[in-house]
Write a protein that binds this ligand. Structure first.
Ligand SMILES: NC(=O)c1ccc[n+]([C@@H]2O[C@H](COP(=O)([O-])OP(=O)(O)OC[C@H]3O[C@@H](n4cnc5c(N)ncnc54)[C@H](OP(=O)(O)O)[C@@H]3O)[C@@H](O)[C@H]2O)c1
Length: 302
């Protein structure tokens, strides 16, 4: 039976990856920092272990001991502003961890799948294809690009799956995503300021995890862009959510990136062209209105 090591399973994507792989005939080595916060734990072919991916010796020992057929590296420091203000921590989490995993994967012969981001692009000419030229505008994006380069030059059997503004819901999530953040604020009648001069193709986490599991199953390699298909601004997304919730849309104020003045610069217009994923594995993303409805229903049912 193939075995899959997943890093960062306590996160939004990691939790969903466990769900997607538990429907397949594989053994899952689920790892993350600290105790498990998984909402659903498979009953068979599953093991959870604490693994801090910046601890090189621990990473080495874990992989040598378990010899996974495939490593899916989803753990990362994902808070873009924190990456800008704590660059050493961001570098360790996003780059050093990748190097530790690559080094030991060379010993065990494990296949390597890295999860990366639209933030490797400058954001002046989105939506982007897989072979467009990267040019990150912030530190988070720079570290993810360095990690990508390490994977591409590793000599391993590799795949890089890039994605965009991931949203969805699990019971025990540490961080909010754009949809859960808007839903919570609107439900509490709290006014929010949402940026209207950035464009993304938001990605339902269920679609992303299924795409990664399919890529693993079909042994696909190279770079894949996996996201939604609707190119919208976060402000438009927020008003859409207000409509679905039948909440007061006047709680949402449209602001520019300059007005928001975040610590890290954001690429203005990213989003992905996903024709390669459609062609190679029949990828069909959920339309944004359906993805929002699904996420809202999960939020309400808790
Ligand atoms: N979310 C997005 O919009 C988005 C967009 C493009 C690409 N991505 C990429 O998608 C991947 C998954 O992101 P996500 O959305 O699931 O983010 P997330 O919810 O922040 O999950 C990341 C997970 O990584 C864990 N982690 C961080 N440092 C670690 C360490 N040193 N050792 C072990 N685990 C560690 C975190 O642990 P704690 O929970 O304990 O902090 C968290 O559970 C990342 O590689 C990210 O760069 C995400």
């Amino acid at each position: 039976m193939r075995s899959i090591l997943i890093t960062g399973v306590n996160g939004l994507l990691g939790q969903q990856l466990v769900k997607s792989f538990s429907r397949r005939n594989v053994f899952i080595f689920a790892t993350s920092r600290g105790p498990s916060r998984l909402s659903d734990v498979p009953t068979t072919n599953f093991q959870y272990d604490e693994l801090d991916v910046v601890d090189g010796p621990a990473v080495h020992d874990f992989v040598v001991r378990n010899k996974p057929s495939v490593i899916i590296h989803a753990a990362a420091m994902t808070q873009v502003d924190e990456c800008e203000s704590d660059k050493p921590a961001c570098y360790n989490a996003n780059v050093s961890s990748t190097r530790f995993l690559i080094d030991v994967a060379k010993q065990t012969g494990s296949r390597f799948i890295l999860i990366s981001t639209d933030f490797i692009f400058q954001g002046d000419s989105g939506p982007y294809r897989e072979d467009d030229e990267p040019s990150p505008v912030n530190y988070y994006g720079s570290t993810k690009l360095v990690a990508e380069t390490a994977v591409r030059n590793s000599g391993l059997d590799w795949c890089i799956v890039r994605t965009v503004l991931v949203y969805g819901r699990h019971r025990q999530l540490q961080r909010k995503n754009i949809v859960t953040w808007v839903v919570e604020n609107l439900k509490q009648s709290t006014p929010i300021r949402v940026v209207n001069d950035q464009w993304r193709t938001p990605t339902l986490v269920d679609d992303l995890a299924e795409a990664i599991a399919t890529i693993e199953e079909k042994n696909l390699s190279g770079i894949y862009h996996v996201s939604g298909e609707d190119l919208i601004s976060p402000y438009e997304l927020a008003t859409h959510i207000a409509g679905e919730l039948q909440s007061d849309a006047s709680l949402i104020t449209s602001v520019t990136s300059d007005e928001l003045n975040q610590v890290a610069k954001r690429p203005p217009k990213t989003g992905f062209i996903i024709s390669k994923a459609k062609k190679d594995f029949d990828y069909k993303p959920t339309p944004i209105s359906e993805g929002i409805r699904k996420t809202i229903n999960l939020s309400i049912s808790e």
